[in-house]
Design a protein around this ligand. Structure first.
Ligand SMILES: [Zn+2]
Length: 488
């Protein structure tokens, strides 16, 4: 989950800000959730065994195999009653260990479209010698499960697989067809990305009204109290632009003003001074509206205004100026571009023949990379410079809509499991595989449910962990949510 840490940045602003007293008092879990979090029900014992099998199967790009784990999952699915007609395995010959699986539970309705559950099986590489415990052994200690993938994202994978097998075994038929796609390659940019492959090659197989994926979730105060839940709706898109200046050069003892390094320097200052215009989506309006309602300070007032005032109005401009003082909010309100790398020249005593810079842009959903390139060209306004787009990792996606159909069940369940805890829709500045689905017209959402700690739970780092309570409560929450979505 590349969105995870970025999500924490945005959420940190809430935790550190001045909150209204009502929100401060509203922390923690419902009595029902506390009971679920103990993990002692018979179905939870079975679920724990599946989670253990997933965590203990190494699926890192260097020493592991997603295909091997997909084999194990297929055994469970077949034991539950799925056959060849419902199970599709996929891989490409160049990446035999990066295969995946799609399984379909047919629904009863001909009118309602399917929903898709998405999970990546792969994990970030973990080195035994750097970890306190073996990363590929599930260890329960002090209220936490430790192991690579315990948070990112084998808890959700196990929830999806368990749900699909349990419903099949019970003969449960929801109204909507429920599909599960387990893929590889999310964590490694050069790997075979199964979600992208399915979107490009088997759009029919994964066709759905919408998808549920990682990226959302709750946050604790670091002491076990859940203080926020988030629904992940859309993400910014990273693009790199290269600016290159070339020059005949010459001896530095007889300089002239015409100089490749000065050209790049001038261009970069123009990039620094340009502010992309304010943009809002359904998600960011809801984000600022919700967050603003829980704060009684000037930032809170500005949030409420930005969520409701027409863009371009004096009120909107004043609110924007206030919010721009916070770097996270500033970034959520627009496309941003910043210089991140620079190179140039070849000798201390020579006029540079070449200079270049990399501009890293985080593009607001719905804006094209060409439009940003055109804007950079316009503001730099120097025909001597070449401004090019680096090869894109994936498609540019449109922001998924934040509809009552998506939001209402989430709100109801958050109120039930986490009474008084605010639910905040978030647009992250990171990336998940959801972007590949959105590019082919399948809106993707990261539901809340499970929750992590403010330190990020070692995701992508050392000693990754997930709280026992989060695993079981998150699972029950997601099962209830899928059941609701699948029957309406
Ligand atoms: Zn992940």
């Amino acid at each position: 989950m590349r969105a995870w840490l970025a999500g924490f940045v945005a959420m940190g602003a809430l935790a550190s800000g001045a909150m209204a007293s009502g929100a401060q008092a509203a922390t923690g879990l419902s009595p029902q959730a506390v009971e679920i979090g103990k993990g002692t029900r018979p179905d939870q014992v079975e679920f724990r065994a599946l989670y253990k099998e997933l965590v203990e199967t190494d699926t890192s790009i260097t020493t592991g195999s997603c295909t091997a784990l997909a084999d194990k999952v297929e055994v469970h699915l077949r034991a539950a009653g799925y056959g060849d007609a419902q199970i599709t395995r996929f891989a490409v010959p160049e990446h035999p260990k990066e295969g995946g699986l799609v399984v379909v539970l047919p629904g009863s309705s001909k009118a309602l479209k399917p929903i898709l559950l998405l999970g990546h099986l792969d994990v970030v590489v973990a080195k035994r010698e750097d970890w306190t415990r073996d990363p590929y052994t599930l260890i329960e200690e002090g209220g936490y499960f430790y192991g690579r993938g315990t948070s990112d994202m084998k808890a959700m994978d196990a929830t999806w697989i368990d749900l699909m097998t349990r419903w099949k075994k019970a003969g449960y038929t929801p109204k909507r067809t429920v599909k599960l796609a387990l893929t590889c390659g999310e964590e490694t940019s050069w790997a075979f990305n199964g979600a992208n492959w399915l979107a490009q090659n088997r759009r029919d197989l994964i066709d759905a009204e919408f998808a549920l994926n990682e990226g959302g979730g709750g946050r604790t105060d670091g002491k076990g109290n859940v203080i926020q839940q988030s629904l992940h709706v859309g993400e910014k898109f990273a693009v790199n632009y290269q600016i290159v200046a070339t020059n005949p050069g010459g001896h530095s003892s007889i300089p002239i003003r015409d100089n490749a390094i000065y050209e790049i320097a001038d261009a970069l200052l123009k990039v620094r001074d340009y502010e992309f215009p304010l943009m809002l989506s359904d998600t960011t309006r809801a984000y600022f509206g919700k967050l603003g309602a829980s704060r009684s300070d000037a930032i809170g007032a500005a949030m409420r205004t930005i969520a409701s005032a027409p863009i371009g109005s004096a009120d909107s401009k004043a609110a924007e100026a206030t919010l721009n003082t916070d770097r996270s909010f500033h970034s959520m309100l627009r496309t941003t571009c910043v210089a991140t790398l620079i190179d140039g020249g070849h000798a201390n005593n020579a006029l540079p023949q070449h200079a270049g810079a990399n501009i890293n842009c985080r593009v607001f959903p719905g804006v094209s990379v060409e439009a940003v390139q055109a804007k950079l060209t316009e503001i730099i306004a120097d025909p001597r410079l070449a401004i090019t787009i680096e090869k894109l990792r994936g498609p540019v996606a449109k922001a998924p809509p934040l509809t009552p159909q998506i939001l209402a069940p989430v709100e109801r369940l958050v109120a039930q499991y986490f009474p008084g805890v605010p639910l905040v829709p978030t647009m992250s500045t990171g990336a998940t595989d959801g972007i590949f689905l959105e590019a082919v017209g399948i809106p993707s959402y990261g539901p809340p449910g499970g929750f992590g700690d403010p330190d990020g739970n070692g995701v992508h780092g050392l000693n990754e962990r997930r709280s026992v309570a989060s695993l079981y409560i998150g699972r029950d929450f997601l099962v209830d949510l899928v059941k609701d979505y699948a029957n309406h």
